[in-house]
Design a protein around this ligand. Structure first.
Ligand code: ADP
Length: 431
């Protein structure tokens, strides 16, 4: 396409407004001269009129000169000041500052990562296409009131984002204020996950409690009705009811222990305890279960005390869970080994490791990462039949976290499993 250049005029190098003023003055001057020549106006009045017209034509030009084009406004507007840009850039969350029309004035690098299509001086809604954002932005601009929106961002991964639009009055050059819109984005995904976990936990706990409760109610009704005078059935049903009641009690016990450990998770135990008598006490207490399952418990422990900073009750609970699991799920192996060794963690810090090894069926690798989740079981039926609650290993993990230790799980299917509780070793006293 060929664009013809307009012919140069006398006024062409002048700014627009000045050119208009000059034309007005020329026309007015000619008209006044004509009036004077035809005797309609005295020369003196004509001069006064010309001065007035000159003033009227030139003063607005001075005022307009300050606000001519948008680019010129931007270069003088305080909204464009480096301080404003630095504040937006320094905000930790993604932040975008818009003018009242929704055009991007500034955005920080976090916002650039969130919406790579953002460009200065362009409408934000071109880059932020989520309908929730566009609606909130439109409403905020129309009402100049804050708006909040939550939406699911799919790129690069699913994230729950919260958007806040806050109107910010910014002083202009002429003593007024210009309302800009500050958009900030907050990643709500971690909070959502916690909320989902909490809801799952409540649902699981209620389900676990409801099952034995339903069994108890069923048997009570049977005993009050059809089996009222059946002594044999009564005996059998009371036995089952006893087992179910114990299961509920164990579940409540585990739930309470878990919440107690969680409450104190940030406080590391500071009592010095010898870990060996604790392990032996647990082993002795579980002898009846071992005898019942025909499993031999082999203790391979040193003679000298092994001191760690720990909570005795929690350590009893921890070893009880690990050894009881080995006896229950690894019974087919016929023996359970409990051993203690000194080792180093990944950073090279010394630690005490207590390993509980069984020789049972082991655990398939896909289950290993999930074993410490609450209510996770490899085989729900098997766990229930063994009186399990699905909370034991979760409790073990929390107790170890509180002790600043860690749980290591190794298993070879068909060749048993080893659960190792690792505790930081006490520093040797300074000489
Ligand atoms: P539960 O109360 O069911 O025993 P835990 O949290 O202690 O709950 O254990 C979770 C699951 O891990 C168990 O249901 C079982 O499937 C599996 N598990 C734990 N210890 C062993 C083990 N030594 N051998 C095989 N499977 C095990």
């Amino acid at each position: 396409m060929v664009v013809e250049a307009s012919p140069p005029s006398v006024f062409s190098p002048w700014p627009d407004r000045l050119r208009h003023a000059a034309i007005i003055l020329l026309v007015a001057g000619l008209a006044l001269v004509a009036l004077v020549l035809f005797g309609e106006l005295s020369a003196q009045r004509a001069v006064i009129a010309f001065v007035c017209i000159t003033g009227a034509a030139l003063v607005p030009w001075r005022v307009h000169d300050k606000t001519t084009s948008r680019e010129e406004v931007l270069s003088v507007n305080p909204v464009e000041a480096p301080a404003v840009r630095a504040i937006v850039a320094g905000m930790p969350d993604p932040a975008v500052l818009l003018d009242r029309a929704g055009r991007v004035l500034h955005f920080n690098s976090a916002a650039g990562q969130l919406a790579p299509a953002l460009r200065r001086n362009e409408l934000a809604q071109f880059a932020l296409r989520s309908p929730e954002i566009v609606t909130a932005l439109r409403e905020a601009i129309a009402t100049t009131e804050p708006r909040r929106a939550t939406y699911l961002d799919h790129v690069p991964v699913d994230r729950w984002m919260e958007l806040l639009i806050t109107p910010v009055p910014v002083p202009t050059h002429f003593g007024g204020t210009d309302t800009c819109m500050l958009m900030t984005f907050h990643d709500q995904t971690p909070l959502r996950r916690v909320e989902e976990m909490r809801a799952d936990f409540v649902a699981n706990a209620s389900h676990e409690l409801r099952t034995p409760l339903a069994a108890l109610s069923g048997f009570i009704e049977t005993l009050q009705g059809p089996a009222k005078d059946d002594a044999k059935a009564r005996e059998r049903f009371l036995g089952i009811m006893h087992t179910q009641a114990k299961r509920m009690a164990r579940l409540i016990d585990d739930l309470l222990s878990l919440s107690r450990v969680e409450l104190t998770a940030h406080v590391r135990p500071d009592m010095l305890v010898d870990i060996l008598p604790i392990i032996r006490q647990v082993g002795d207490g579980l002898e009846p279960l071992a005898a019942e399952r025909q499993v031999r418990i082999e203790m391979e422990l040193p003679d000298a005390p092994v001191m760690i900073a720990g909570d005795r009750e929690e350590l009893l609970r921890l070893f009880e869970n690990l050894i009881e699991n080995a006896l229950k799920y690894g019974a087919s192996g016929g023996r359970v080994q409990v051993s203690l060794a000194a080792s180093n963690n990944l950073e090279g810090a010394p630690e005490i490791r207590v390993a509980v090894r069984d020789f049972g069926p082991g655990i398939a690798p896909e289950h290993l990462p999930r074993l410490t989740e609450r209510f996770y079981r490899v085989d729900v039926g098997d766990s229930r039949a063994q009186g399990g609650t699905g909370l034991g290993l979760s409790l073990v993990k929390h107790i170890l976290n509180r002790h600043r230790g860690r749980l290591l799980i190794e298993s070879v299917p068909k060749n048993g499993a080893t659960f190792t509780a690792a505790f930081p070793q006490l520093k040797a006293p300074q000489a």
